[in-house]
Design a protein around this ligand. Sequence first.
Ligand SMILES: Nc1ncnc2c1ncn2[C@@H]1O[C@H](COP(=O)(O)OP(=O)(O)OP(=O)(O)O)[C@@H](O)[C@H]1O
Ligand code: NI
Length: 326
Amino acid sequence: MTTGAAAALGHAVTAQAARLRVAGLTVRFHLPGATVHAVTEAAFEVEQGRCLALIGESGCGKSVMAHTLLGLLPGNATVTGSAWLEQPGRPPLDLIAAPERVLAREVRGRRIGLIPQSPAAHLTPVRTARAQLTEALRELGGRYTADELAERAGLRPHELDRYPHQLSGGMAQRVANAIALAGDPWLVIADEPTTGLDRPLVDATMAELRRLCDDGHAVLLITHDLRAAEQVADDVAVMYAGRIVEIAPAADFFRAPRHPYAAGLLDALPTRAFTPIPGQPPELTRLAGGCAFRPRCARADDACAVRPQITPDTPVACHHPLERHA
Ligand SMILES: Nc1ncnc2c1ncn2[C@@H]1O[C@H](COP(=O)(O)OP(=O)(O)OP(=O)(O)O)[C@@H](O)[C@H]1O
Ligand code: NI
């Protein structure tokens, strides 16, 4: 193929708006004598200018989803499905099929930034926050200075001169947030970015994520904190036992969730009914057939022995969803 033809082909398949398009994403961990069904047939899109919040109880597969997109899974994992990163002017890239070399050189930190869960564990103990942020900037060649990034993350310049053990949990979180943005990545994946932060800092962090979206970036926000999600998310995806069970615009979702599990999560909030969902999520090594939420669900009946599907036309995986009136 000539260069011109290749360029024309590249142009023809280039997207109009930047987006991440995930389809059929499935992750298994192989343990001696058991298989963990960590993520099953996940499908969603995040477009530029938008924030998708991924919510669900501990262990439902949220962090595994984040690590899968960045090629950060351990050797005992197998992944199927696709995750297309589409940005105008670049050929689309399937993050699942891409070789590690490409993920390391082009994707991690540059096209996708990760704000990791438990950031303190990701900082080097013997170097100051400034040294680590400066190194990230040198490596990734971003357009902000260390002080600018620190300020955007809500840190004062002198706080950058501390060593990790001199940082509170909240400060370590903000240092991790600043490092994740060093390479000016298009997509930011924030895995519980507000753990250990008090309300004003949660609000500031959500405002920063919102500002990123408004600047044309996209954000995948993984969180337990539904109030934080409500502040910033445009769309919400609810995960249960490794599957996405509801996707909705955030305004509709917080007004009237449709999946009984999603309704249960909102009812558990202190600001709402403050009633926990009875029972526990199933173990991901021994999932029965049918709807995984069935044993905990007040609406379940015999129909739920057949697993309900989520599709673009019915964005709730439930045989008996709650009604949403206009
Ligand atoms: N390397 C691994 N080997 C085996 N199982 C794993 C591995 N990593 C994660 N898992 C399992 O995959 C499932 C999903 O884990 P994940 O960390 O994605 O949950 P999460 O939704 O992020 O939870 P939390 O809210 O507690 O962070 C869990 O059952 C977990 O034990
Ligand atoms: Ni997690």
